[in-house]
Design a binder for this molecule. Structure first.
Ligand SMILES: Cc1cc2nc3c(=O)[nH]c(=O)nc-3n(C[C@H](O)[C@H](O)[C@H](O)COP(=O)(O)OP(=O)(O)OC[C@H]3O[C@@H](n4cnc5c(N)ncnc54)[C@H](O)[C@@H]3O)c2cc1C
Length: 392
């Protein structure tokens, strides 16, 4: 299989790079801090600038405001955004709930939400995980009871990324506690400003506020905010996961880290006074990491190639997620090794190398192998669906 970009694809890449250069602050190295108001404002500006070109939802069908762009074109977009560590990409709206609404949403839901997502005017968050329901998501307990024309929701969601910035949450709730656990679940669209919704920050180990715990205390959700049929939420909710399980962002981030590390090796001397880049052991490990990134990148292209043909093999998406997150982590791990004791110094320290970024990124991107299904869960899926091994 050979993946090639057309000259139009390359033109698009150049236009995107020009837009990023024009809108990112001079010397921007990222990554953005979602809790920082200035970074969040930049993220909003970037999103609007991207939306104004129609690129935010270019993979959507034209009837919903998209450009029917090929999945390969979309890969270029995501990879470039990640390589620039650019804020403004919107995975929850454009990649997750948008496509779900196109497939399962009512006409009114499509009319109400899709144009806002396409214009970059609404922030969504994903309310799936709960304190006792992560990998085993179907054991979720947040309860929604239909009373007249509204659901009354009680329970707690956890690890909810961007809940502190979100206008709306697409959430899975239990609507029939008597049914087998996969069958009594529904998807609702909840207003994050409704009375009874409380968002509490959780600070992750890199020191950032990126996710939250969200509690629901008698929160009312209008019945028209049910997506798909009542008690059919498992099928609806799972349909977002293949969109979520793409390693392409991780390949973009990993490649940028590799590039910065290569530059560091050219500029920094080892104990023998020669640049690190002249050390055969360093060269060999950097070459291995480069090959690993390339392998992961090709898997993300393979996912897009399947999507282009209208197929969506879950095991290939799982392989791509696994390879991308592990490659990114391996680059950051090697970076920490090369930086040695300097690597743990934070931004602002006079002796910090690469502005203390690698340490923060290594802490932050640990999450890649947990979110959207852990590495172990991806391996299970590859074994069951790809290799058709028995479930034990
Ligand atoms: C940065 C970050 C952002 C997130 N954002 C969101 C979000 O926006 N919305 C949301 O709903 N959730 C979000 N999550 C939650 C994420 O989906 C869960 O953390 C993930 O599904 C794992 O669930 P858990 O944390 O409960 O771990 P558990 O399911 O308790 O797993 C614990 C360990 O057991 C292993 N394990 C569990 N079951 C199996 C099995 N069957 N076979 C082999 N090993 C197994 C796991 O691999 C893991 O190592 C986020 C998580 C992170 C880290």
């Amino acid at each position: 299989m050979r993946f090639e970009f057309t000259s139009e694809d390359e033109r698009f890449r150049a236009e995107l790079r020009a837009l990023l250069a024009a809108n990112l602050p001079a010397g921007w190295t990222g990554p953005p801090d979602e809790a920082d108001d200035a970074d969040w404002a930049l993220s909003q500006r970037m999103r609007k600038a991207i939306a104004a070109r129609g690129w935010l939802v270019m993979h959507w069908p034209a009837e919903y405001g998209g450009q029917d762009a090929s999945p390969m074109r979309n890969i270029i977009f995501a990879e470039e955004m990640a390589h620039h560590r650019a804020p403004g990409n919107d995975r929850f709206g454009t990649r997750m709930i948008g496509p779900v609404l196109m497939r399962y949403g009512s006409d009114e839901q499509k009319r109400k939400y899709l144009p806002d997502i396409a214009a970059g005017g609404i922030q969504w968050c994903q309310g799936y995980s709960e304190p006792d329901a992560g990998s085993d998501l179907a054991s979720l307990k947040t309860r929604a009871v239909l009373k007249g024309d509204r659901f009354v929701v009680n329970g707690a969601k956890i690890w909810t990324s961007l809940a502190h910035r979100a206008d709306m949450m697409f959430m899975l709730v239990r609507t029939d506690p008597g049914a087998p656990k996969h069958r009594g679940i529904s998807m609702l669209l909840a207003d994050m400003n409704a009375p009874g919704v409380e968002v509490r920050p959780i600070i992750n180990m890199s020191g950032s506020h990126s996710f939250n715990q969200v509690t629901f205390d008698d929160v009312e959700v209008p019945v028209e905010n049910l997506v798909g049929d009542l008690n059919n939420g498992w099928r609806v909710g799972m349909s977002v996961l293949n969109y979520e399980r793409s390693g392409v962002d991780y390949v973009g981030w990993g490649q940028r880290a590799w590039d910065e590390l290569a530059q560091f090796c050219r500029e920094e001397s080892g104990p023998d006074g020669r640049p690190l880049s002249a050390d055969p052991a360093v060269r060999r490990r950097m070459a291995e990491l480069d090959a690993e990134l390339e392998g992961a990148r090709l898997l993300t292209y393979e996912v897009a190639w399947h999507q282009q043909k209208g197929e969506a093999p879950a095991e290939v998406a799982s392989m791509s997620k696994l390879a991308g997150t592990v490659a990114n982590r391996n680059v950051l791990d090697y970076g920490m090794r090369l930086l040695g004791m300097y690597g743990v110094l934070e931004q602002g320290s006079a002796h910090a190398k690469l502005q203390g970024r690698f340490f923060k990124m290594r802490m932050y991107y640990t999450s890649g192998e947990i979110l959207a299904g852990t590495t172990e869960i991806q391996k299970n899926l590859i074994a069951w669906r790809g290799l058709e091994l028995p479930r034990v």
